[in-house]
Structure formats: C-alpha cells, structure tokens
Write a protein that binds this ligand. Structure first.
Ligand code: SF4
Length: 338
C-alpha cells in the first residue's frame, strides 16, 4: 500500500486491542494453527494485535533448559511463517519484556487464593505432576492476567479451556480497579467458530506430548502416513456401512482445510457409503498439504536466516516493552510505589 492510498487510523475507526499467547512447544501442530494462529492472522487487518510466545508460562511444568532455548526460537519462527506478519502485529517473546513479572507481582496482591484453587487446569496439571507442583503453576492465571492487562487488551481470543482463566483475569481487573481506582478496561472474550481438531485417535486434544498430531512442517507423505491410520466413525467397519461425518475427526479436518465442494462430497459420500474412508482421507491430505506447503517453505527460509529472526524478535520486544512501560508507570502511581 502506498502512502497516498493508506487508510488513516480515523478512517479505519477504533481497532480493538487483542492479546494472545502460544506456548513454546517447538512443534506447532495443525490444532494450534486452525484453532489459534490462522484465526489470529485473520484479525491483523481490523485489530491492534499483540501475540506472544509465552516462555514464562512454559516454566511452570518441568522442562529441559537447553531445549527451551530452541523451542522459543522455533515457535516464534513458525508463528511468523504461519501468518503472524511482524509488520502487521507485535510478535514477541514474553520473557523479553521483564515488566510483566512486576505487574504479575502487583496483581498477585489482588488475586484470591480461593479463586486460584478452583482453576480446573491447575487441578488437571497438578494431578498429572503429582509431587512436582510448583507455586508458579498455581499462580499461572495471575501471570496470564498480567499479560492481558500490561498490553491493555480489550479482547482475548479464547477456546473452551481458557474461559475460566479469562474470567479470573476479569475478576483481578475488577479488584484492582476497585482498590486503586479505575485503571484497566475489563478484557472480554473473543469466541470463534473455527473447527476444533482432535488428536489422530479422536480421543484427546491434539498435542505434542501425546504424539497424536500433524505438524505444520510435515511433508505430504508424513501427513498421509498419519491420516491413513487415524480414527474415523467406528460405525464404518466395511466400505458399504454408512457413516456420520459430524462425529468424525477427518470430517472436521475437511471443514478446516477443504473447499466447500470437497466438504459436501465427503459428507454426502460418507452418509450414503458412496466413498470409503481412504478416499476421504486422501482428499483431505491433498488439501491440507497444499495449505501447509507455503508455510513450511517460509519457515525453512526464515530458519536459514537466524540473525534476521533475532532482529525481528528484538524489534517485537522493543514495541511491547514501550507499551508495557507506559502501563507500568501508571500502575506504580496507582498503587503508591511512585
Ligand atoms: Fe470419516 Fe470420511 Fe470415513 Fe466418513 S468417509 S467416517 S467422514 S473418514
């Protein structure tokens, strides 16, 4: 866009500020892509977007430090390759802006132990970790509230599993405002109707730890090898058995990656048993591979230029830091530290 035809902020109207974060797992799978990144990329034109690789959150469960360094870089690079253009949003790494730790501490004094102990994600994770539960895991939602408020997010894209954390952040906001004076707008949820992909066995969420995922960097043969054995509607034992596409994860993948005519073809063919699951999986493999190929290409180009990635990371952190400092200056005044 040239300077002469650029849309001014006034013409564009108010663009809501959005914040969201992604864990540095090092692998970005199609569940992350469809449920979060592709959705966020669609907001870049009409929202003021801040997205963050939440490495401090990732420290709340046991991890290997030498792996973490690489996972942060890989996740940052994959997010850019998958559509989070750093020219159109603020993309950075959470720990590069240390102001978040100070705001987290201040908010900790407004957070209720009772509210924190009711967080279902804490209960689930602490059950799995048994004796290794840290205070960081318990106070994780306060850090999330600090992220949201530090960048003054008006809306936060949330999936079903994060609504409780967002409600907690809203409660902390209300407590802060009522104790220290109106400072923050209450962040609202931004729901989307994107298809929710399950893992390949159609039992759990797609996740790296359960090894039930398709990576954004999988080659077409790898996608096919994984989908060939993936779970479908169990009623389709033989090819002539009709199925119910709505309960099949492969059909959800069609809704995420296929054009309308292929979605219709798979739904009709499944119900009437005119197509087999292998035909259906082949079609979705081709569509998925076609969408992922340019992402993979862009990722490999960026990964071959680590200095450029570091520069973009630093630039994102500078932008985020400037915003964070403005917020924290006001907060310090409000709470009596300045
Ligand atoms: Fe699933 Fe497609 Fe098989 Fe139907 S035909 S059960 S939608 S894979």
């Amino acid at each position: 866009m040239t300077a002469s035809n650029a849309v001014t902020p006034k013409e564009r109207g108010h663009r809501k500020t959005v914040f969201s974060g992604i864990q540095p797992s090092g692998i970005v799978h199609i569940g992350n892509y469809v449920g979060a990144i592709r959705n966020w990329a669609g907001m870049l034109d009409d929202h003021d977007c801040t997205f963050c690789v939440v490495d401090l959150h990732a420290m709340t469960v046991p991890y290997e430090p030498h792996e973490m360094r690489q996972r942060i870089v890989d996740t940052f690079t994959l997010n850019m390759a998958a559509g989070l253009d750093p020219e159109r949003c603020c993309l950075f790494v959470q720990s590069h802006v240390s102001e978040v730790a100070e705001l987290c501490w201040i908010l900790m004094t407004c957070a209720s132990m009772g509210d924190l102990s009711r967080m279902t994600q804490f209960k689930d994770k602490s059950d799995k970790l048994k004796g290794q539960v840290s205070a960081g895991l318990f106070t994780y939602p306060v850090l999330m509230a600090a992220d949201i408020l530090l960048y003054r997010a008006e809306v936060v894209p949330v999936g079903e599993d994060q609504t409780q954390h967002l409600e907690f952040a809203r409660e902390v906001t209300r407590r802060f405002n009522s104790t220290f004076g109106e400072t923050f707008a209450e962040p609202g949820p931004l729901f989307s109707d994107v298809p929710r992909l399950m893992g390949l066995q159609n039992k759990d969420k797609m996740s790296k730890s359960l090894n039930n995922y398709i990576s954004l960097l999988d080659e077409p043969e790898q996608i096919w090898a994984k989908l060939k054995t993936a779970a479908t509607d169990p009623a389709r034992v033989r090819r002539r058995d009709p199925g119910t596409p709505e309960i099949c994860n492969i059909f959800t993948m069609h809704k995420a990656f296929s054009p309308p005519e292929d979605i219709e073809w798979s739904a009709q063919g499944c119900r009437s048993a005119e197509i087999g699951c292998i035909d259906c999986k082949r079609c979705v493999t081709d569509n998925m591979a076609a969408e992922l190929a340019p992402i993979s290409e862009e990722y490999h180009e960026l990964a071959a230029a680590p200095d450029r990635v570091r520069q973009l990371m630093e630039r994102g952190a500078e932008t985020a830091r400037a915003r964070a400092r403005r917020t924290l200056d006001e907060v310090r005044q409000r709470v009596g530290l300045r």
